[in-house]
Design a protein around this ligand. Structure first.
Ligand SMILES: Cc1cc2nc3c(=O)[nH]c(=O)nc-3n(C[C@H](O)[C@H](O)[C@H](O)COP(=O)(O)OP(=O)(O)OC[C@H]3O[C@@H](n4cnc5c(N)ncnc54)[C@H](O)[C@@H]3O)c2cc1C
Length: 492
């Protein structure tokens, strides 16, 4: 019997698992996909938000800053990649200054001390490539960027290292109340008995809650599309650049990513279903809006489009509480933005407040080790002539660059495959090592990575078995470049 069964291996589930592993609590996390970080956690803006945008009256407003302030320590321990580069909400109109004042006031209510309104000259000093028509900005010094899937992987690796268990490919399909707690059954008829169940199932959280007997809320998926530019293009900007927020979200942003790409997006479209396709029309609109922030973006640097789906709740807030209808069943639902930033505070709230109140005794785990070694670190790429010498080494050589664009060595792939979480897909290697994330998007390295994986796993890995072949239709490189260039030309 487990003390706690967590359903869902995104950033909320894995952060809770890691926090629980500080204590002598028998925890299992079950995830329906073949890896952790396969939901909203892998497809978002990756911003560690300031904490001024969500109203203080909402839980998401009160938890964001509390989460943000834990990132540096977490990154020092877990090495997933966090850089507090600062963020600016840009105002191009004198009328918008009042809206910035409101955000400032709300930020202060939420506890922030590192925000201020700055003027044109200071904005351009901080980020010289911002549109010079800018008038004011709300500057938050401690906001930043992180690598969200690396964070989620790091959380789970460390949780397992400290005693938690993980079952992948294990969808929860039935939840029954028992005398001692709950039986959670997965598709393969395996039963996970636990005293408490924590529902962290993202866009499926309403369905999981209903399975347990609580149908008090709904999840309304809201998609957002992005354009990602090649590594190095992020160097044109120093901070996260937002436009004025709207009712649907924080608006289109331009930001360098932790590893130096440039990210543009997201838009916000309410969908009945969680659609992860990308569309030329939406990407064009995103690109045109981003041009208002800066004309120093270049569509020819585009490498990839993707869609993230926000699990917006019918209460339009995070729902983090023990169910009134089903005691012992805890919902962590509606975790839309800023859920990534808030995740450490969400884990605190569940582990240190809700579970003890529900009766769980927390006894310290004397062997808890907070540290986890990184798989990769941020790096400057070698000149291609040097890199090619390593590309040409035999694949069996630990120094061989299996991936040419991102210069990922065989030793790094070996490391990724010998960690606490089993890795069985090219995508899994990609998220851990960046192999396949470069200019050629895996054209060169996909078969090489599959060869290394097959050798290590002892069975053939199909290099085509990844998201590209899973029914998600993404707009390709040439298609979007042609589409945007022709539209921009027509409008000249
Ligand atoms: C477009 C977009 C932009 C965003 N930008 C930011 C940002 O910049 N900063 C920020 O702080 N936040 C941002 N967010 C929010 C953030 O990404 C989410 O709040 C966070 O990732 C939610 O994590 P989660 O673990 O709750 O959900 P998810 O990551 O979706 O994880 C849920 C998991 O549950 C699993 N699951 C579902 N059903 C079952 C089942 N039956 N059995 C077992 N497992 C199941 C899923 O496979 C999935 O792995 C953004 C979100 C989106 C979509």
């Amino acid at each position: 019997m487990y003390d706690v069964v967590i359903i869902g291996g995104g950033i909320t589930g894995t952060s809770i698992a890691r926090e629980l592993s500080r204590y002598k609590v028998k925890t299992v996390l079950i995830e329906e996909r073949d890896d952790v970080a396969m939901g909203a956690t892998k497809a978002n803006s990756a911003i560690v938000h300031g904490g001024y945008a969500e109203a203080h009256a909402k839980l998401k407003g009160r938890l964001c800053y509390k989460g943000r302030t834990q990132f540096q320590k977490l990154d020092d321990e877990l090495h997933f990649g966090f850089d507090p580069i600062g963020s600016m909400v840009l105002a191009f109109d004198d009328d918008q200054e009042a809206e910035l004042e409101k955000l400032l006031e709300n930020g202060k209510l939420n506890g922030l001390e590192d925000i201020s309104i700055i003027g044109h000259d200071r904005i351009l000093e901080l980020d010289p490539n911002v549109n010079p028509d800018v008038k004011y900005a709300l500057y938050c010094e401690g906001a930043g960027v992180c690598s969200p899937y690396e964070m989620c992987i790091a959380m789970m690796e460390n949780a397992i290292h400290n005693g938690a268990e993980l079952f992948l490919n294990t969808p929860a399909i039935e939840i029954n109340k028992t005398e001692e707690g709950f039986d959670v059954t997965s598709t393969d008829e395996r039963v996970f008995s636990g005293k408490y169940v924590i529902n962290c199932a993202g866009v499926s959280a309403d369905k999981i809650s209903a399975l347990a007997g609580d149908d008090s809320f709904r999840i309304l998926p809201r998609s957002g599309e992005y354009m990602l530019m090649v590594r190095g293009s992020g160097d044109a900007f120093n901070t996260v650049l937002f436009q004025m927020p709207t009712k649907m979200g924080k608006g289109i942003l331009i930001t360098p990513t932790y590893h130096g790409n440039l990210l543009i997006g997201p838009d916000a479209v309410n969908e009945g279903i969680a659609d992860r396709d990308t569309h030329c029309e939406r990407l064009l609109s995103i690109y045109e809006q981003a041009l208002q922030t800066s004309d120093k973006i270049n569509i020819r640097k585009f490498i990839r489009s993707f869609t993230g789906v926000r699990p917006v709740s019918s209460t339009d807030d995070f729902i983090i509480k023990e169910s009134e209808a089903v005691p012992g069943f805890i919902n962590v639902a509606g975790i839309q933005s800023p859920g990534l930033t808030s995740s450490p505070a969400i884990a605190d709230m569940v582990v240190h407040d809700i579970l003890p109140k529900a009766g769980l005794e927390l006894v310290e785990n004397p062997d808890f080790d907070p540290n986890r070694k990184p798989i990769i670190s941020r790096k400057i790429l070698e000149p291609m002539s040097e890199a090619m010498k390593k590309v040409e080494l035999p694949l069996s050589d630990p120094n061989c660059y299996v991936c040419r664009c991102e210069q990922v060595s065989r030793a790094v792939i070996d490391d990724a495959m010998s960690r606490e979480i089993p890795v069985t897909t090219f995508d899994g290697i990609k998220r851990r090592t960046r192999a396949g994330m470069g200019w050629c998007q895996g054209t060169f390295c996909r078969a090489r990575v599959a060869a290394v994986m097959s050798e290590k796993l002892g069975y053939e890995i199909n290099p085509g078995f990844d998201i590209e072949h899973s029914g998600v239709n993404r707009v390709g490189k040439n298609e979007i470049v042609d589409y945007i260039e022709s539209h921009l030309k027509d409008r000249e």
